[in-house]
Design a protein around this ligand. Sequence first.
Ligand code: SAM
Ligand code: NAG
Ligand code: NAG
Length: 249
Amino acid sequence: MGRCVKFLFSTFAITIAILAIGIGYLKVDDVFREQFFARFLNMLSNPNDVAMMDLRCNQLLKHSNVKGHILEIGSGTGINLPCLHNNTNIESYTGIEPNVHTHPYFYKLVEQYDDISYNIRLSNDSAADMKEIPSDSIDTVIMTFVLCSIPDPIPDKVLREVHRILKPGGKFLFFEHTLAHPEKNPLIYQFQRTIEPVWEIIGNGCRFKPITNYFDAMKSLYSKVEYKSIVLPLPMFFVKDGVRGQLIK
Ligand SMILES: C[S@@+](CC[C@H](N)C(=O)[O-])C[C@H]1O[C@@H](n2cnc3c(N)ncnc32)[C@H](O)[C@@H]1O
Ligand SMILES: *[C@@H]1O[C@H](CO)[C@@H](O)[C@H](O)[C@H]1NC(C)=O
Ligand SMILES: *[C@@H]1O[C@H](CO)[C@@H](O)[C@H](O)[C@H]1NC(C)=O
């Protein structure tokens, strides 16, 4: 009995130690963290996840919604491509993705489709400063699950930069996960606050934030700001609160 407890306890201690060393390593080494995150993101990106792909393809990126020269912020491993490859309204696609370790996964997915009729390119710029993109040149901007991993005050810069590159009347389509409401959902809110330090490290800087504040602040800049709360079809019980909407220039 005593030996068994000892064995369990030491296994537990070793597991914790390995996790701590791993997390410490992720925290200090930027390149390692970006590589790890690219692989992790690729593991999580599942084009066969019916509920998630319904949110992406049928609710946000319906073919009728997405047209012309399009630009995606934080294109990652290309998980929105299954919604875009055969959209004949698209004239070009630019992915803005500073984590270059995701680019090979993205291009591998592109190769799986033989029906992409438009030009695709990726840029390693930050969306806060898209210097290669001329003003008033983009018809549709797409962004999914990105703002959580961008530290303040950069999200505000990103939304302003998107306004610059959009054509007048152009659409900025997005969904994001948000911080749970502290009064409506106090338990989840507390849980999110508690695990945030670790979540932030494994999730490449992703934090639980009141995301809608960023969009509300754009009401004086964009001609239309629309969003609504959604329940995200994700397997983690503490990442259910989401918001989906559009800004129109
Ligand atoms: C959680 S992932 C989401 C990937 C994908 N859009 C999806 O829906 O699964 C967030 C992505 O945003 C990217 N990102 C972080 N900061 C960025 C910035 N300043 N500009 C553009 N993309 C950024 C990250 O590298 C990462 O690939
Ligand atoms: C586009 O491809 C998807 C599969 O990725 C398919 O479900 C959809 O029906 C296709 N749409 C058109 C208009 O061909
Ligand atoms: C980022 O892109 C620029 C311009 O295309 C290129 O010169 C640079 O080497 C790239 N950086 C990385 C880390 O790939």
